[in-house]
Design a protein around this ligand. Sequence first.
Ligand SMILES: *[C@@H]1O[C@H](CO)[C@@H](O)[C@H](O)[C@H]1NC(C)=O
Ligand SMILES: *[C@@H]1O[C@H](CO)[C@@H](O)[C@H](O)[C@H]1NC(C)=O
Length: 506
Amino acid sequence: MAASSSKALLLLVFLLCSPQLFCNAYPAKHSHHRHPRFTSHNYRDALTKSIMFFEGQRSGKLPSNQRITWRKDSGLSDGSAMNVDLVGGYYDAGDNVKFGFPMAFTTTMLSWSVIEFGGLMKGELQNAREAIRWATDYLLKATVHPDTIYVQVGDAKKDHACWERPEDMDTPRSVFKIDKNTPGTEVAAETAAALAAASLVFRKCDPNYSKILARRATRVFEFADKYRGAYSVGLKPYVCPYYCDFSGYQDDLLWAAAWLHKATKSPTYLSYIQANGLTLGADESDYTFGWDNKHVGARILLSKAFLLQNVQPLHDYKSHADSYICSLIPGTPFSTAQFTPGGLLFKMNDSNMQYVTSTAFLLVTYAKYLTSSEKIVNCGGHIITPKKLRTFAQKQVDYLLGDNPLKMSFMVGYGPRYPLRIHHRGSSLPSVAAHPSKIQCSSGFSIMDSQSPNPNILTGAVVGGPDQNDRFPDQRSDYEQSEPATYINAPLVGALAYLAHSFGQL
Ligand SMILES: *[C@@H]1O[C@H](CO)[C@@H](O)[C@H](O)[C@H]1NC(C)=O
Ligand SMILES: *[C@@H]1O[C@H](CO)[C@@H](O)[C@H](O)[C@H]1NC(C)=O
């Protein structure tokens, strides 16, 4: 009896101390009260799928628990062009290039999703962490040499000239880097933000990994801040027009400092934000949040420190965040946001859905901060409550999932009707299992141009979405509307976890 109970105690100690196992553990059940309400949507199913999508975007050696099984290993000698190991990471969208700038932003947003709503994710928490680790393992490789970041693998022009499966790739895997002489402040700062945000995700469940990420984030931020310059200048022919940074690097620096402030608690970053915030555009009225411009995200994140931790020097970020909210919510004197006739937030023709998902995430997140601090937003006398923000976010997500004039979901594999011809090489060509012999660079285009549905379901992929009149032609050649991307899904993960929980599905 005594022997077996001490064995049980040992086992318990082992379970609690083993970082890997603790990473697998579900968090304690959330104690706050829930009022299950009616919804026609299965947010939980959408959450599962939104995370699974990342497995379809994996580059490198796939693990044995890979769930999107039509994908196989690819890019196994990535980095060899510069004698560095750059195997792994994610393809950004429907092509086979690894672009560091959007990959880092994706990582930051997946991490923020887990930081805010991971506690509600139950069994999906482990999948979300694995999606983050797939990126951070790569970002650690890309930042292994001080004052250098390998920011891209693959020549986008040559890659785009082929319609090839990643497993068949034979276009040059050119490696592009930034360093002291060819700086890239925006991509370096976003990489620092990603490493810092991810360090918070792993802080409790894998402290060793978390420390490595935080230390690297600190070093990368110093490099970003010290050697100022745009990668869109130094690497222009390779990164433009794909992920050319149009907003400048100021927003990325403020965003990165905000994440380092949160991750390290070092007073250095608070002083940095106080000294440089306005110069870096803290109060600019640019309200589009995505891989290019991080101002709005930085405002919401910094307002948390003021609202929840009472960091007085960040007082103004609540009003900076409020200005964004007032610009967005229809019916206030300051609202400028555009919507389709069917009610979808409309920012741009190309990949508009990324702004829908990032906005939905920011709204449920800001609503959480406001609720905890018992605050509201006042838009020139119009009172905006946290409830209003949540309702707005839910409407946008519901449109994405099928409540729209076309009655279709824009997430592949969710609901009865969804995009069949997404602009994605791997999904559209026969799988390696179905067609083991190589499909050459240009022979793939006959399939790209055909009307046949994609043979491989890229579960959970959210596409660019409808045009400004709610139309969606579902044409493979139409990359603006039919291409999925990692940064469309990343913020949606957090929004769906919130919704699934709030409707009693998790
Ligand atoms: C800490 O993490 C690094 C990187 O994942 C790993 O190489 C190292 O073995 C780990 N150390 C310990 C003590 O777990
Ligand atoms: C977006 O598409 C509409 C309709 O096709 C077009 O009139 C408009 O110029 C496009 N806007 C941009 C910024 O390309």
